[in-house]
Design a protein. Sequence first.
Length: 470
Amino acid sequence: MLRVCGRLAGVRTQVRYKSSFAVALDAASKLVSPRLLWNNPISLVSNEMNTLAKNIMALIGSGHPTLNRVSSYYFETEGKKVRPLLVLLLSRALSEIPLSERDRIGIDTSDVPEDPIYSKLSANTTMFDTPVNNISPLHILHGIKPLNPLTKGPEPQTQPGFDRERGILPKQRRLAEVVEMIHTASLLHDDVIDYSDTRRGRPSGNVAFSNKMAVLAGDFLLGRATVAISRLQNPEVVELMSNSIANLVEGEFMQLKNMAVDEQPYVTENGKKQLPASSKKLDIKEHDYRVPSKDFKEGMPHEELINLAFEYYLHKTYLKTASLISKSCRSAAILSGAREPVIEQCYDFGRNIGICFQLVDDLLDFSVSAKELGKPAGADLKLGIATAPVLFAWKEDPSLGALIQRNFSHEGDVETTFKAVQKHDGVKKTMEFAKEYRNKALKNLHEVLPESDCRSALEFLTNSIVTRKK
């Protein structure tokens, strides 16, 4: 095993390679990669990214103009769009794997079924007809009569001259659109939950419209996304992407009520509100991941308590951020026909890059101004959320435990914690932690993807996560 140090877009990286041949191959790939790639990896999927918002607008169109305005609000700005970009680049990179090694399922090159707007099932229609003829007609889905002027048009279809050599399947393209819809819905909800004032440099949805409209628009986006997911017509992908929505909610609850430091599940608002306890009438099965009880944690050494807090934090981070990325990467691999080892590595890549992304997001909350960030800085502490920089500071200063447990609710708690993070290098340690996940993600790419411009672009994006400022 050789360890090499390389420079990619100005960022030093350390990645393990299997052999000297792999090292030479990697070095050669950097020499032949076009300079444009390192400045703009989006150029490799520019057509798909340029039509992303337009296609999404066709998917989410509503008969109500105000709902259209709210649900499209966040799509109007130039967001990072990292999630669909990863799906599209990964789809192209997967297409470099020989067809003979992509035989887990039959590769579906057909387009995504559209709304059969004015179609009526004939007497001769059977369950074995093409899927398009068996999808519920629009007047059933929308509860309106055909030819109504508010009727939503057909779903966007891929271009007639779809270039098979680009390697992105129509359903992988739709997957990228679905991912952005789910993510945007979560932003609308998050900004309400977190009382955010700004998003992407302008008033957040809840401020621009209202809490109620923002929540309803987020719900509407999720509803439209689930319809789009179902039309991918792959049960495994439908299950994965649908479950990613549930993961987002579970992760939000883990953040809302941090059971690693708070042993009272039915008390909120810093002890001011008592929630109704379970009636015990229903036998609710919990996941294998459980938070230790208060009795278990009493007398626990500080080091073990910190490890428990980090375990909880990373699991929450996976559910809130990395789940959508990892499950969409896994879905892209499934749709490509790739075999199990490739699917697993793609899932791990999404998980590792997702956790890396959130770790950097959390440290930027302490190190970048609100103007640079495009949203309020220091928001996590003000919301009572203990992220990685705080946990690293707590490891060195046990007295922070009391502040974390009361969600920084006393006067001066936020300032004290901020100073502790600076004193104990919480931001620097979080960055090093993020780089560990970055390196894991880079290794995932090298394990199963052939060398290509798209793999190089994925490497570039993975490295750029730890250098971003917003």
